[in-house]
Design a protein around this ligand. Structure first.
Ligand SMILES: *Cc1c(COP(=O)(O)O)cnc(C)c1O
Length: 253
């Protein structure tokens, strides 16, 4: 493992690029929050490191970041383990933000703080079983936070539940209080919809949802291209990849 040597040194050019990109991204978040009359610290920045190596996560940790997002198994499990081995004295969290096959729920429940992309009753059931097993085995110490992914256009390729199906899924999460916690809603804005239109619809769905589920205040919305609009409409967590990491590498498998 060459992680430590690759990430060491403040003059490492990749570390400098990441540092500059983090500053620019935090400036965007702060400006968007100010424009919306909100505090910048109401919006969590999840740095999305999918497709990028563990070395980059170590660099980000050394730059002070502690909250990450991953979207693919087993890439995420391996990377979290590699980073933990390199920075065993630092606690950091990783959220699952991508679509999850039910058979992968078991491995995701071992490392994920939250899952943003729960979009079926069957997946809620799979995570109930998976989180229960991980808690019993001492592989996690807290219930798994669940966000329900909303679909505004029914596009199965992007996942998500139509708004009318959210309550059934939320009730199913609340029926598993020892393994799951209902955290809020998540959106990947539909292709071809104006971000402001999408985020404004999401904000209405979320305010109805919070009226019924008062604890579920989190709203995970906004990526590199649409974070300003998401923050204007109440996002509490932006998931930013490209604007910090650069274009995703094409992996040769
Ligand atoms: C990759 C990904 C992101 C980050 O997207 P960027 O446009 O690169 O910022 C956010 N959310 C999800 C669910 C993703 O898969």
């Amino acid at each position: 493992m060459t992680v430590r040597s690759a990430a060491e040194g403040a003059d490492d050019p990749r570390t400098q690029d990441l540092k500059n990109a983090l500053v620019r991204t935090r400036e965007r978040i702060a400006a968007a929050a100010e424009a919306a009359g909100r505090e910048a610290d109401e919006v969590e920045l999840l740095v999305v490191t999918k497709y990028f190596p563990a070395d980059d996560v170590v660099r980000l940790i050394d730059l002070g970041e502690r909250e990450f997002g991953e979207s693919r198994e087993p890439e995420a499990s391996r990377k979290v383990a590699a980073v933990r081995a390199e920075r065993s004295d630092i606690s950091f969290t990783t959220d699952m933000i991508g679509s999850v096959q039910r058979k992968k729920a078991g491995s995701v429940a071992r490392w994920a703080r939250r899952v943003h992309s729960v979009d079926s009753l069957k997946l809620v059931e799979a995570f109930d079983g998976a989180a229960t097993r991980a808690l019993d085995a001492g592989e996690r110490s807290t219930a798994l936070d669940v966000l329900l992914q909303v679909s505004l256009d029914g596009d199965p390729g992007r996942g998500g539940l139509p708004a009318v199906e959210l309550a059934a899924a939320a009730d199913r999460v609340l029926a598993c209080p020892s393994s799951l916690r209902l955290d809020g809603l998540m959106l990947i804005a539909p292709l071809g919809m104006e971000p402001d239109a999408a985020m404004s619809r999401l904000a209405h769905i979320h305010s109805d949802f919070v009226r019924r589920y008062p604890g579920a205040v989190e709203l995970s919305a906004g990526m590199s291209g649409d974070m300003e609009s998401a923050i204007a409409h109440g996002s509490t967590c932006v998931r930013v990849g490209t604007a910090i990491m650069g274009p995703r590498p094409i992996l040769s498998l």
